[in-house]
Write a protein that binds this ligand. Structure first.
Ligand code: BG6
Length: 492
């Protein structure tokens, strides 16, 4: 975190002008299997059961009761399930990666579908066709000059595991996850150097979509949530231990969904709430993964709330011996909290009133990205990957079969310039992945109309459309940025 040679640092900074993004910077884009691939060739996942409801787009709930799950499984015709369709990525990945290769990307972040490799999560024999599919994806990305960045689990547990064992609360699911993770590390570890065991574990919620947990089977929701988070973090550390033993040159990332909040005002109660909320919802999981153990404030919180964590000494040893190498952050917006209005729970916040927002109420705050990078660097001193960053908008294909998404260019440019400033201030940032290369099914609401892509996909929530791909203005703009290693950010 601090310059090892202070004299060099003091002299060099004065003598040598800052040169912008470093050579070898990983300019990338990110997507997930559940939003991209579609269900062909794989088993049903918990994500598949998140319906799209045009009357209630906030209603694509993950916290389904057992009855609701059974109804969805037995009568799929009663629902619209866009994640079953994805955007036909399973069939079209070569065309998509070729477009991203032409853009000049240096990195491609994607996730593995557990149910493509083990349709029920813990089948005796893995599905070779599924494994071979990812061989092709990885080889194709590499052939186009992109480093694969692999998320092992991005919230798409095989539904069979959720129903039989209740998701990440169960040791059987942990064992199945480890078998899946070890298999993919064995198979792809020599070609993939960047691994993220879990997408955003700090966003763990007691729900089917997040944890594979059926809510009505849980008695104490808060305790279950803390336990499931613990289970995931120990699994992540075990994955790192296994992977490092097999392939010395691979790196593992702790990932945070960036929910750092600011106080709405400087009233001491607002300030204190923001600090405590950030500790519990953000820093706790990163502290455990990057500092190697439970921070005291978190132990205090558990004790105060009467939560008894089932934890073995071996778990704590695994966590302390297998810290993650880098911090992966997904940053979209920033929010504020007010004492008396907001609770400590993640996501319970207000939009910052000083900021503009998207149609979905997501505020735009590039200065927040700089602020948070400085905070993470000061706290952890490990290299940072921006694993996701982007803007969702309503878009239609216009004249010339493209989309003039100047607002996306503006959003990305503002954030990238602040990232450059963070680099200038000494933060070690080695990758930036925009979300997303193509329009995809929204994770939260299963909509297609919330479009994040550099490339338009002609498809609606019901799968209507040609599914064809059309690069937007932002695609051409990002190409220039990547091609100049960020230099044109100041010009275009
Ligand atoms: C991130 C998730 O937190 O948010 C992505 O990792 C998701 O999967 C992204 O797509 C944006 O959220 P949404 O709900 O707008 O798709």
């Amino acid at each position: 975190m601090y310059q090892t040679n202070q004299m060099d640092c003091l002299k060099n900074l004065a003598a040598k002008p800052f040169e912008g993004f470093p050579d070898g910077f990983l300019w990338g884009a990110a997507l997930s299997a559940k939003q991209y691939e579609g269900e062909e060739g794989r088993g049903t996942t918990v994500a598949d059961l998140q319906e799209y409801d045009s009357e209630n787009t906030k209603g694509a709930r993950g916290d389904l009761s057992l009855d609701e799950i059974e109804e969805r499984l037995d009568h799929p015709e009663r629902f619209c399930f866009p994640k079953k369709l994805g955007i036909e990525g399973f069939k079209r990945f070569e065309e998509d990666l070729s477009l991203l290769g032409t853009l000049g990307l240096k990195a491609f972040r994607f996730s593995l579908s557990w149910s493509r490799i083990f349709p029920n999560g813990d089948d005796r024999v893995p599905n070779e066709a599924g494994l071979a599919y990812y061989d092709r994806v990885i080889d194709c990305a590499l052939s186009h000059g992109m480093q694969p960045i692999v998320t092992i689990y991005h919230d798409d547990m095989p539904v069979s595991l959720a129903l039989r064992y209740n998701g990440f609360l169960a040791s059987e699911v942990g064992d199945a996850y480890m078998r899946f993770a070890e298999l993919v590390l064995d198979r792809y570890g020599s070609r993939v150097h960047w691994w993220i065991p879990f997408n955003q574990p700090n966003l763990t919620r007691i729900s089917l979509s997040s944890l594979g947990v059926v809510k009505d089977r849980v008695q104490n929701l808060e305790e279950a949530k803390v336990q499931a988070l613990h289970n995931k973090l120990v699994l992540g550390a075990r994955v790192a231990a296994y992977g490092r033993g097999k392939h010395p040159d691979i790196h593992f990332g702790a990932m945070l969904a960036d929910f750092l909040v600011d106080p709405l005002s400087c009233k001491p109660d607002d300030v204190l709430l923001a600090t405590q909320k950030n500790e519990v919802t953000m820093y706790a999981s990163a502290d455990i993964q990057l500092r190697g153990g439970y921070p005291r404030y978190y132990c205090r919180l558990l004790a105060d709330r009467g939560i008894e964590l089932r934890v073995a000494q071996q778990d704590l040893d695994i966590l302390s011996e297998n810290k993650m190498d880098f911090l992966a952050v997904s940053y979209y917006n920033s929010n504020v909290v007010e004492a008396g209005t907001n609770s400590i729970a993640i996501g319970d916040a207000l939009p910052n009133p000083y900021l503009e927002a998207t149609p979905w109420g997501w505020t735009i705050n590039e200065k927040g990205l700089l602020d948070h990078c400085l905070k993470y660097w000061d706290r952890y001193g490990v290299p940072i990957m921006i694993a996701e960053n982007g803007i969702g908008e309503v878009e239609t294909l216009g004249i010339g079969r493209t989309v003039h998404d100047g607002y996306r260019i503006d959003y990305m440019k503002r954030h990238l310039l602040k990232l450059e400033e963070a680099l200038r201030q000494g933060v070690d940032i080695f990758a930036y992945c925009c979300w997303s290369p193509l329009d995809m099914v929204s994770s939260g609401t299963s909509e297609m109309k919330k479009r994040y892509g550099l490339i338009f996909v002609d498809q609606d929530e019901y799968g209507n459309g040609t599914h064809d791909r059309y690069p937007k203005d932002s695609y051409a703009w990002y190409k220039k940025v990547v091609g100049s290693n960020g230099k044109v950010l100041h010009l275009v």
